[in-house]
Design a protein around this ligand. Structure first.
Ligand code: EPZ
Length: 422
């Protein structure tokens, strides 16, 4: 397993390109199952999760070609050979559950492994299943798989989510496009990735209104056609690189960045004392002299502070002036970066869903271990400013969601390199 080695203390400067959104692309790719015509996705990120989704779709008989060095994905599911998503793929990536809705909608049946939990929580899929039942699907849980059928096709219905779920909204939205009649999705997720998926489905002929609001209305159609769609910018990668100069000092411009994608996050950076400026080319973040201010953070569904930026924010706050409280309200176990940051000298007390961070003058480099995608990158960010050398192990987590992070950060002046396992 590769590791990443960082010599801390280098201020950062320059510009960094931000890729297409992993969490948009992982919902857009299964949309190919809704039509027998070609779907082309441009601005696709080059990540191991995308390769995992590719292998899942090809295991169903879809064709997925990766063009232009992975930036373009050409998908076609003209001749599906299976409607079964096996455990050995699904367990590697929970987003695999997103083939369930499209398979049901177009083929009337699906057998999809339950994803199981992951490092940050149990992450059940009950809301996905209830949504599909509301559209007339019959579901049976057997041997760790969901056996779903929709004899005579899905029918439009009313789906009222008890709380916001990004994935369940995506599954319901895709299934509803081919259901007979009208579907109303209430308490829908409002993330930019939902809007991006709705935009792509509309290009494919779907009739969707209200994406990005809490209430989405879908008029089912008989079939969808192909389309070409550009994957929206990755707001989580964007936020991650905005925090790099916040921690290490200096000034960085994140190309393509749009403040409207992460408004609540930008507001917290501003409160911490950073300069956050929308430029013609992206978002420029500069750290003025002196220590940052401690700030409180509460994660919430969009447009709230993104849970996927909580770990990165914690890394920044470990050396802020004062005490910061971070409340993680989306996942039950998303502070695993805290003990690793403590190995670097951070003062963090975790109690239930709240982490209290007392700023210290400076972290000290240390060997640390990544446990999930966002925890991995928070440790790299912490290493940028820490005194001495930090070695982040198990970086395969990192490669799931960040393209060439060591290249992008060294391009900004960081002293960072990847060490292949010998
Ligand atoms: C998506 O996961 C993202 N993944 C996550 O990003 C992100 O953290 C999350 O949304 C929240 O924004 C992808 O888009 C591939 P949820 P998802 O359903 O859809 C509970 C990353 O780092 N829940 O909105 O799985 C769930 O356990 C990843 O890129 C149920 O109880 O998240 C969680 O506590 C991590 N039952 C909460 O709801 C369900 O049926 C929100 O989960 C579904 C979810």
């Amino acid at each position: 397993m590769d590791s990443i080695v960082i010599q801390g203390g280098q201020e950062l400067s320059g510009e960094v390109p931000i890729a297409g959104a992993k969490n948009a692309c992982l919902a857009l790719m299964p949309a190919t199952l809704l039509t027998d015509q070609p779907l082309t996705l441009t601005n696709a990120p080059r990540l191991s999760d995308i390769r995992t989704m590719t292998s899942l779709l090809t295991s169903l008989g879809a064709e997925v070609s990766s063009l232009q060095n992975g930036r373009v994905l050409a998908l076609s599911s003209h001749d599906l050979t299976s409607h079964r998503a096996d455990y050995d793929i699904v367990r590697k990536m929970r987003a695999s559950i997103l083939v369930l809705g499209p398979l049901l909608a177009r083929h009337g049946e699906a057998v999809v492994s339950l994803p199981g939990g992951c490092a940050i929580g149990a992450r059940p899929v009950d809301l996905h299943l209830r949504a599909l039942e509301a559209l007339g699907a019959t579901l049976e849980l057997r041997d760790g798989y969901v056996h779903a059928t929709a004899n005579g096709g899905l029918k439009g219905g009313r789906i009222a989510f008890p709380f916001v779920s990004v994935g369940a909204t995506e599954n319901a939205l895709m299934a509803a496009t081919l259901a007979k009649g009208t579907t109303i999705i209430e308490n829908a997720a409002r993330e930019p990735e939902i809007v991006d998926l709705a935009n792509c489905l509309s290009k494919m002929g779907a009739k969707i209104a209200g994406a990005g609001t809490t209430k989405i209305e879908v008029q089912g159609v008989d079939q969808l056609h192909g389309a070409t769609h550009e994957v929206v910018l990755d707001r989580i990668e964007l936020g991650t690189y905005m925090i790099a100069p916040a921690i290490a000092g200096g000034s960085v411009e994140c190309l393509g960045g749009r403040i409207d994608l992460i408004d609540a996050f930008c507001e917290r950076l501003d409160a911490a004392g950073l300069s956050v400026e929308q430029t013609k080319r992206g978002i420029k973040v500069s750290r003025k002299n002196g220590r940052l201010n401690a700030v409180d953070v509460k994660t919430a569904p969009f447009p709230g502070f993104p849970t996927d930026l909580q770990a990165q924010m914690m890394a920044m706050l470990t050396t802020a002036d004062g005490v910061s409280n971070l409340e993680e309200r989306i996942f039950e176990n998303r502070f695993m970066h805290a003990p690793e940051l403590q190995r670097m000298g951070a003062e963090i007390a975790v109690s239930g869903g709240t982490a209290t961070v007392t700023g210290v003058a400076r972290l000290k480099g240390a060997p640390v271990m990544a446990t999930d995608l966002r925890a991995s990158v928070s440790l790299i960010l912490a290493g940028l400013a820490a005194e001495g050398e930090t070695v982040v192990n198990r970086v395969y987590h990192l490669d799931r969601g960040y393209e060439r992070v060591e290249e992008k950060l060294s391009g900004l002046g960081a002293r960072i390199e990847r060490m292949a396992e010998t």
